[in-house]
Structure formats: C-alpha cells, structure tokens
Write a new protein. Structure first.
Length: 442
C-alpha cells in the first residue's frame, strides 16, 4: 500500500592487534569509558583536571577537526598493569579499544601520545611540542594544544618556521595580503560550516528514514488482518494517518531540529499500531506510555527499569517487556544505533544534533523535561557523554569524538601502534626523557 525506498549503509574498519601486557582494572575502566566519551579521567589520577577543564577538552576535540582523539588521564599505578611502562599503558588502551585514531595518555606525571591515522612519530613529536609550550600551565592547556596541533597536521596546516622576507617598504602589499588572507579564512570557515551542516542533516535524515521504513513495514503487515475487526481497523487507520504526517514532516525537513515532528508522529503511529495488534489478539490496547528507551521502534514501554550504561550511573528508563527482562537478567539490551561520522553509535551517545530527532519520540510525555529528569548533567550530558535531552544544538558534542573520518592527508600510514611503538610526549614536572619520543616532566 504505502511503501518507501529502503536505505542501507555499512562501514567496516580493521586494526592490527599487537601483543601487549595483560590489562588490569584501571586500563579496563578507561577503555570502557572511552567507548562513549573521548576523555576519561580516573578519580585517582595525580593530575586530574577539573570537570570544567574536562569539558573544555571535549569541546576542543569536537570542534578542532583533529579526527578521532582519545584521552585518558590515569594514576601512576596504571603502569603496573602494563609492565611498568607508560608506553605500555597507551599501547594497552589502543589495543583494547581497537579503534583507529590519535591516543593521548597522562599516566601519573608522564605524557604519551601515539596515532595510527598520522604518519609514524608525528603524534609523539606534536605531544613533545605541546608539552614544551605549556608545561608550566598544566595538563589541560597541554592537551588542548596537542589536539589543535593534531588538527593542523591532519588538515595540512602543520609546520611553521620563519624565513627571511624582504625587509621593508611593502606596507600596502602586506596589508593587502592580510586582507586577502582574512577573506580566504572566512570563506573557508563558511564552506566548512556549510559542509558540516549538510553532513549533520544527512545523518539525522538517514536515521529518520530508517524509522519511517520500519513503521511502514510493520503497519502494512496489519492491512489484511484488520479487515475483520472494526476497532482494530480504526486504530490501523490512525496509525496510517500518523505515518503520513511523519512522512510529510520528513519531506519538509531541512534542518536537524525539524525531525522532532517526524519522530513525534512516528511515536503516535507506533502506539496506534500496537493498539490494533492488541485488539486483533483479543487484548486491551496497551497503556499510552513512553516508547522503549533502548529502541523507540519497539513501541510503547511496559514499565520502567533501573539501567546504567558501562561506566554510567543507574537511572530508571522506560523499556519494552523484552528489554526490561534483559536488564533484570543483567544483560545489556541492544540499543538503537545511528550512523555518525562514518561509524555506528548508540543513539543516546550521538552528537547533539540528533537530539530533536530522538527527543520527538518522548514529546507526548513531557519531551525534554521528561528525559532531562533522567539524564542531563548526570549521565548522557555528563560523565558518560552523549547529547543529553535539554541542550539541543548546544556547543560541542559532550560525547562525540570530533570528526570521525579516516581521511586527512596522513591517514592510513600504519602509525605508531605497530611493532616499534613510536610514542612521544614527556613528563609533567622534573626532568627525564620521554619514552619513545622524548620530552620532559610536567
């Protein structure tokens, strides 16, 4: 009857695994957290930055264009889990996380960095340079500068140095060049912003398209059965009307925030579809409850359960019966995933521009207020990352990982995590050489 074109996308990545020392609980906690947050700070770390500084570092990673960056700040004792070496800690985090990117770790007072998206040794050199420039300012300033240097390297802006120009006279020429440079910079920034907006829109639109397809397929299965039940057919017709409303909103949407109307209509359609199915089965229609948190396509939830993501705080979330039972058995239900930056992530840890799309499912139940009571500042918008339900379009991506592209002029060069472990950085304080790449101490 009503059909939509199917859309499918898939990505794959491979990573060479090298043999390292057996990881321990400190490294394991770091890896679990880095699965959903680009910055992990162990509470026992000697140089742990403040929460505000951690957020500043996350924003820098999100906005700088450095590609995937993972930062772990750990206590000195973490070295015992990697053969007594800060290099081993960095290698262990990389191998356990098994994702391409640039890795930076502060273990005690030691700073190490490596990358498998930059040329071998480049990340170590950049870490050493950042440490030399900001040693006296502390960890946050050093890491922020390091991320900026990685971004410059990936976009071709690395380098520097001076070199003898004509000594005088061309003041007008200099001013003209400065103006031309400023115009070029503003043009480049506008183009980059426009491309980023187009990418964000395409990602959210793809998620909404998948949801439309799913509802269309499920509703169509009821087309023949409801002919024998007038009440079920009434619910079925309302589900179709909701689908049409969602489809029209989808066609009109030109910005991510406009997809709230799409998913709000889809939620209504899901409930009417569930009511039609219940009537066909001889049951009463289900209570109008929020959709299943784990995957709103599951339809209305049956009850709330206490759930916590890896490394997060337990909170009550609405769940369908199957997912509620899974949580109570101690297993993690499969969450709805979306494609962002070329990789699939749980929708609740997606960048903030997915917020209106996801929040629309919960609008009839208090919208952002309903979900803010569960997550904002404590789970999704705080330590665990994710976009939160009250800060749509806010600055940065609390749980994002910057620009997840394997592009960049230095991508694909093997990097630092093969046999030689070409790490660099240094130490915060005192003297001493940095393993693999030189440096000093914070």
């Amino acid at each position: 009857m009503r059909r939509l074109l199917l859309l499918a996308s898939a990505t794959a990545a491979a990573l060479v695994i090298v043999q390292t020392a057996q990881a321990g609980p400190i490294i394991d906690r770091a890896v679990a957290a880095l699965n959903s947050d680009p910055v992990y700070v162990d509470p026992a770390a000697e140089l742990a930055p403040s929460s505000a500084d951690q957020d500043r570092l996350r924003r820098t990673i999100d906005l700088a264009g450095a590609g995937p960056v993972y930062v772990a700040i750990l206590p000195t004792v973490a070295e015992r889990e990697a053969g007594g070496s800060p290099d081993g800690v960095l290698q262990g985090i990389h191998d356990a996380l098994a994702r391409k990117g640039t890795y930076a770790a502060v273990i005690g007072r030691h700073f190490r960095a490596g990358s498998d998206v930059l040329s071998p040794g480049v990340a170590g050199r950049l870490a050493t340079e950042a440490l030399a420039a900001h040693r006296g300012e502390g960890v946050t300033a050093t890491l922020v500068d390091f991320v900026a240097r990685v971004a410059a390297e990936r976009t071709g802006g690395g380098g520097g140095g001076g070199g003898g120009g004509q000594p005088s006279g061309g003041g007008g020429v200099v001013i003209g060049l400065l103006i031309a440079g400023a115009v070029a910079f503003l043009l480049f920034r506008e183009i980059r912003k426009r491309r980023r907006s187009q990418t964000e829109l395409a990602e959210v639109k793809s998620a909404a398209h998948d949801d439309l397809i799913a509802l269309a397929d499920d509703v169509q299965k009821l087309e023949q059965p409801v002919e024998a039940n007038a009440h079920a057919k009434q619910e079925y017709t309302q589900a179709l009307d909701s689908y049409d409303k969602a489809s029209s909103s989808y066609d009109r949407a030109t910005r991510p925030r406009q997809f709230e109307a799409v998913t709000s209509a889809l939620e209504e359609g899901r409930w009417h579809m569930s009511a039609a199915q219940a009537l066909l089965d001889g049951r009463n229609p289900p209570e109008r409850r929020p959709p299943c948190f784990f995957d709103p396509r599951h339809g209305p939830s049956t009850r709330d359960v206490d759930w916590a993501p890896p490394g997060g705080t337990a909170r009550k979330v609405p769940a369908c019966e199957a997912d509620a039972q899974a949580v109570e058995r101690g297993t993690q239900p499969a969450s709805r995933e979306v494609m962002t930056g070329g990789r699939m992530v749980p929708y609740w840890s997606a960048p903030p521009y997915f917020g209106p799309w996801a929040g629309g499912y919960f609008m009839p139940f208090g919208g952002t207020g309903f979900l803010s009571g569960l997550f904002v500042g404590e789970l999704l918008g705080g330590a665990f990352g994710g976009w939160g339900y009250g800060s749509w379009g806010g600055s940065g991506t609390a749980g994002g990982f910057g620009n997840w592209s394997d592009g960049g002029r230095n991508a694909g060069g093997g990097g630092d995590f093969g046999g030689g472990m070409s790490f660099g950085g240094g130490d915060f304080g005192g003297g001493g050489g940095g393993g693999g790449g030189g440096g000093g101490d914070f």
